[in-house]
Design a protein around this ligand. Structure first.
Ligand code: GDP
Length: 285
């Protein structure tokens, strides 16, 4: 949020590439703290671009030459929101459905504008949901994988969820980081949609997670209407043609494998936490 600090950071580091992943990323929070989310996820992008422009000495002329620092903006499939078409491609119209999506849409266009205004190498990756064992526990995939592990190990009885019918295109975060890096290695700066092109429901996510621990999800999952969002994004799915053909990028992990990976990791984490707790209780150290 502090322009002077960002200028100082860029000036000190003199980076070749800047990846702006700085954002409040949990969509429901954006209805509670809309102004803060807009400041960070929207205006924050402008401040990063300004910091790069100032350090590069770009003076406002359209043909200033762009400088050497390349910039990646983490745009989001949430910009498609109430999607005008499925799958969503680089040309699909935006209709964001949350203050988060609106702020990300500003960040997207200001990145494109600095590319067009100052000739900067500044690009936006419109990434669909990407997950890993490091995902925050408030997001649905990790909430599900943690619950499956805890229930299997006897530390949780049930799992409350919101809309089980929501459809997402979920991929593995490691694959998506490769796409971000590729986007900054091209001759021409261009925006890309990044996803797997596969659609799954929240219900599928639950099924894959619980089948990994040999449990029937229907015995444990309850729908809590309080977890259903004020304006829901029902279906998101990426049209991956451009990213595959132009960048040669392919995902290496499919969604069932991803849920299994996350549950496996959480089985180990939950076991460790409880061993540690038992040790403390027993006063063994
Ligand atoms: P998002 O797509 O960036 O908002 O990622 P989330 O993982 O937070 O949500 C994905 C989808 O799961 C959304 O459509 C949510 O409405 C749906 N969903 C259903 N139940 C839950 C829940 O208990 N927590 C979360 N976070 N999402 C849920």
């Amino acid at each position: 949020m502090d322009q002077a600090s960002l200028v100082s950071a860029v000036d000190t580091v003199q980076p070749d590439e800047v990846y702006n992943l700085g954002a409040i990323s949990f969509v429901p929070m954006s209805w509670q703290q809309a102004e803060l989310v807009t400041e960070i996820n929207g205006m924050g992008v402008l401040r990063m671009l300004e910091a790069i422009r100032m350090v590069s000495g770009l003076n406002g002329s359209r043909h200033a030459g762009g400088g050497q620092i390349r910039f990646y903006q983490a745009s989001s499939s949430e910009m498609f929101g109430k999607a005008a078409e499925t799958p969503q491609s680089e040309t699909t119209r935006f209709h964001p459905r949350s203050p988060y999506g609106v702020a990300k849409t500003y960040g997207h266009f200001i990145t494109k504008n600095y590319r067009e205004s100052f000739g900067m190498y500044a690009v936006s990756g419109m990434l669909f949901n990407h997950e890993s064992p490091r995902r925050g526990a408030e997001f649905v995939t990790r909430k599900i994988s943690l619950a499956a592990a805890r229930i299997k190990l006897g530390h949780q009885k049930k799992l409350d969820l919101g809309n089980l019918d929501a459809v997402r295109d979920w991929g593995f975060a490691g694959d998506y980081v490769r796409a971000m890096h590729l986007m900054l290695q091209q001759e021409e700066p261009t925006d890309y949609v990044v996803g797997t092109g596969q659609m799954h429901t929240v219900r599928d996510a639950v099924r894959y997670a619980f089948e990994h621990v040999d449990l029937d999800w229907k015995d444990y999952v309850c729908v809590d209407p309080a977890l259903v969002r004020p304006a829901e994004v029902e279906v998101l799915c990426a049209d991956t043609q451009r990213v595959r053909t132009e960048l040669g990028w392919e995902p290496t992990v499919d969604f069932p494998q991803l849920m299994h990976m996350m549950v496996e990791s959480d089985l180990q984490q939950v076991s460790r936490e409880h061993e540690y707790g038992d040790l403390l209780l027993a006063g063994s150290w």
